[in-house]
Design a protein around this ligand. Structure first.
Ligand code: AVJ
Length: 322
């Protein structure tokens, strides 16, 4: 019989409705208009993302899970023992399971996740699977400074875990800032294990963001439904269309919501006009080469100390150190 278990205390720094409203107004006032992909991840958005990871075209999650499983013995050797694992954008925590199983005596686990529902479900499962690892969940937008809880049993090192190519959602300037913040979090003796999607054949990348079942389109459009609920906007979700295309010059997927017609949208008493065919930018997913990633990491004062690539160089895991 399962033992009664107290839920780990949650540090709740979820963005307030005012934060979301402020970002939305700023993005709709910009030219061209944009919205932030971090607001994709309400409860429904996190569910849709999990569904994306099961689409045949979306190779990223499948390939990274297989890579993590096969490289884990070698990763465990390269990572310092007894770490406090701090994960950024932990989502469902499926990769975490493999990591915590494989590492040598992890002391504590701090997932930082913007979706409260995804966070609670994953931590409940992981607490069950790893009763000796202290669970310290934080619900927060990890692009803002997050005060980290201190483990009861002191850890000897911090391992930042940032899988999924989530780093790719940020432009190089913002990614550099984020890596600097992670550098500060891990300290001079820390390490970071980062998952990155690699530059490859354009058709495969574009298919991954335009699955035939339309799950990615539903995921992108859910952003508008989420804003309607949380900031009281009146987006007509059916009057926008998902568009994702690869820019070879910038080595990234660029995702837009395109207005199907001339229309007005109201937010907080303000009116925003969309022309027919107007494209609002909502997400980037950068793909990396060794050269582009090493340069980015170097700008944050870090260096790549180990590389693991999936077969065919479809996806990579990188160990970083100051
Ligand atoms: C979870 C941010 C890595 O950019 O590939 C999937 C999100 N967007 N399909 C990605 C996403 C559309 C995903 N990340």
């Amino acid at each position: 019989t399962p033992t009664a278990r107290t839920m780990p205390p949650l540090t709740d720094l979820h963005p307030s409705p005012d934060d979301i409203l402020g970002d939305t107004l700023a993005g709709l006032s910009a030219t061209p208009k944009r919205l932030s992909s971090k607001y994709f991840y309400d409860a429904r958005g996190s569910q849709l993302f999990e569904q994306i990871t099961r689409q045949p075209e979306y190779y990223l999650t499948r390939v990274e899970l297989a890579l993590l499983a096969s490289a884990m013995p070698s990763i465990a050797e390269a990572v310092n023992d007894c770490p406090h694992v701090v994960e950024y954008g932990s989502g469902s925590g499926r990769k975490t399971q493999l990591l915590l199983e494989g590492l040598v005596d992890p002391v504590a686990y701090t997932p930082i996740e913007i979706s409260r529902s995804a966070l609670l479900a994953s931590v409940e499962r992981l607490a069950e699977a790893f009763p000796d690892i202290e669970m310290l969940p934080v619900c927060a937008d990890f692009t803002q400074a997050v005060p980290l809880p201190r483990p009861e049993r002191p850890a000897r090192h911090t391992l930042v875990f940032f899988p999924g190519s989530t780093l790719g959602n940020f432009t190089f300037d913002v990614a550099e800032r984020l890596l600097r913040a992670m550098h500060a979090t891990m300290g001079p003796r820390g390490q970071a294990l980062i998952g990155i999607d690699l530059v490859k054949e354009v058709a495969r990348i574009e298919a991954a963001y335009n699955d035939a079942a339309g799950v990615t389109a539903a995921f992108t459009l859910n952003l508008l439904a989420r804003l309607n609920r949380d900031v009281g906007s009146d987006f007509d979700v059916g009057a926008f269309e998902h568009l994702a295309r690869y820019s070879s010059e910038r080595e990234r997927i660029e995702t837009f919501l395109v207005s199907r017609r001339d229309q007005d949208v109201h937010v907080d008493g303000r009116r925003f006009h969309f022309e027919a065919g107007e494209a609002m930018q909502v997400e980037y997913s950068h793909k990396y080469t060794d050269a582009s990633f090493d340069a980015l990491v170097g700008r944050a004062g870090l260096r790549v100390t180990r590389r693991w690539n999936a077969p065919g160089d479809d996806f990579g895991l990188r160990l970083l150190q100051p």
